[in-house]
Write a protein that binds this ligand. Structure first.
Ligand code: FUL
Length: 478
């Protein structure tokens, strides 16, 4: 009997806890717009690899004009598994392949054109690079994405708008039907003249419809609604980078107000997008890549780094070396978070219970977060480091599944008698990495100065990084 009552009591307590937690969850409402599940997954991925590969790889050019002989395509040692394993080891979670670039040459045997692998020397025209690529991605747990250039300098009907749109949708349909789940479709906006100066009007709404119908989970990037081009090809986001943007008249037709439209920073590891032998010695330096990392991933964006395979169909040695160095430095840099599990206090914490306590910003749990009292659009968190600690990088993260909220913040250190500012920042978003000259202190304070709604801070970090990509020169504050 006693055991029965004890069990009943435990059951009732459990139900009480579950109900209380559900109520707490409801007590912070999302501040719209918020990301979709796919946008969140993509943002958490942080690193994406671009693979520019095609007829240009064999003609030593960046933009083919469509007159290239498909026979020239012959990557004798092509190994998509090599691309994928190099990407995976370096921490890249998505890979986007140029299924067709502006020259119109297709890496898959499209039934709508003769300008493809089927008329190449590679595998006697029996090969399919897209197939090998998606298979290798799936085997390794990497998300595959495809780039299908709307601008097609080979296709004769380009410039006859309805005919070409029909052709293009057929190609999209082939790619989105025959190769399993595709995570990202990358739309370049380039739109050159067609034959006899004809202007092609792209049917964007029609293209989006094909994708949404065939692959409802695929993100449509750049000239599409889900992911925004950062605005340059140097891999650099703005210091103030909002994922919340005004709806674009074409990409978000029919929507008024703001949409969730995060930035992607695309940049090549080499001067060109395609592989050129002459550029084997011009792979970006480690410092440059690290600087790019801080200015893209560290500024609420993702990094889409292009690593183009060579004419053998393999990623070349200098690029592999650099990617390994890049990974090793990042692992080393973020190995020890001096703020991790330290004692915190805050201006306030939202009730009830400890659900939104400041302790959550150092618990290394991406699900939990701190929020101040209801209706507070500002507040602070202090971390007691125990002893003096030296660091030169700070990490700040918002819980973006609830929306991007913070407009300005600062980071202060205790100098024994006063608080000194080391960082003055604006937006945070998914991840903000601030670099500064090394400082030593036993107390650090993050002050959220202004927020569009009650701030929701997910994680904070402090690191001593030996190679910040030269960015320490740029530190602001004090
Ligand atoms: C540009 C293209 O013209 C380049 O060749 C490259 O593909 C880059 C990613 O997008 O608009």
């Amino acid at each position: 009997m006693f055991t029965f009552f004890r069990k009943m009591f435990s059951l009732i307590s459990l139900l009480f806890i579950i109900t209380a937690c559900t109520m707490c969850d409801q007590s912070i409402k999302p501040y719209p717009p918020v990301p979709t599940a796919q946008q969140l997954d993509w943002q958490e991925a942080e690193l994406l690899m671009f693979i520019h590969f095609g007829i240009n790889t064999f003609t030593d050019s960046e933009w083919g004009d469509g007159s290239e002989d498909p026979k020239r395509f012959n990557p004798e040692q092509l190994d998509a598994k090599q691309w994928v394993s190099i990407a995976k080891e370096a921490g890249f979670k998505y890979i986007i392949l140029t299924a067709k670039h502006h020259d119109g040459f297709c890496l898959w045997p499209s039934q709508y054109t003769e300008h493809s692998v089927k008329n190449s020397s590679w595998k006697n025209g029996e090969g399919d690079v897209v197939r090998e690529f998606v298979d290798a991605c799936r085997e390794a747990g990497i998300q595959p994405g495809l780039y299908l250039s709307p601008w097609d300098r080979h296709e004769p009907c380009y410039g006859d708008s309805p005919a070409y749109n029909h052709f293009y949708k057929n190609q999209l349909t082939e790619l989105l039907t025959n190769y399993g789940e595709i995570a990202e479709v990358w739309f370049d906006g380039a739109c050159g003249e067609g034959p006899n100066g004809k202007k092609q009007e792209y049917d964007w709404q029609g293209y989006y419809k094909v994708i949404r119908t065939l692959q409802p989970k695929a993100l449509i990037a750049i000239s599409g609604p889900d992911i925004r081009w950062v605005g340059n090809e140097s891999g650099v986001a703005r210091e103030t980078e909002w994922s919340v943007q005004p709806a674009h008249p074409v990409r978000h037709a029919g929507i008024d107000g703001n949409v969730w439209n995060p930035a992607e920073c695309d940049v090549s590891i080499r001067p060109g997008w395609f592989w050129h032998k002459s550029q084997d010695s011009q792979v970006k330096s480690l410092d440059h890549l690290l600087d790019i990392y801080y200015k893209s991933v560290g500024r609420n964006s993702t990094l889409l780094l292009n690593v183009p395979p060579n004419d053998q169909g393999l990623i070349a040695a200098p690029d592999i070396v650099r990617l390994k160095e890049f990974r090793a430095v990042l692992d080393e840099s973020f190995k020890e978070n001096f703020a991790g599990w330290k004692k915190t206090k805050a201006s306030s914490a939202r009730k009830p219970g400890r659900k939104f306590s400041a302790q959550h910003v150092v618990d290394e749990d991406p699900e939990t977060f701190w929020a101040p009292d209801e209706d507070m659009a500002s507040g602070w968190i202090e971390i007691d480091l125990g002893n003096d600690v030296r660091f030169n990088v700070a990490k700040t993260e918002e819980k973006i599944s609830l929306g991007q909220r913070v407009e300005s913040y600062r980071i202060e250190i205790w100098n024994g008698s006063d608080w000194e500012t080391v960082v003055n920042g604006t937006t945070i978003g998914h991840k903000k990495l601030d670099r500064f000259a090394p400082v030593s202190t036993n107390r650090v304070r993050w002050v959220i100065e202004k927020s569009r709604a009650c701030p929701t801070i997910r994680e904070l970090g402090l690191y001593l990084v030996s190679n910040t990509g030269g960015g320490a020169k740029e530190f602001h504050g004090k």
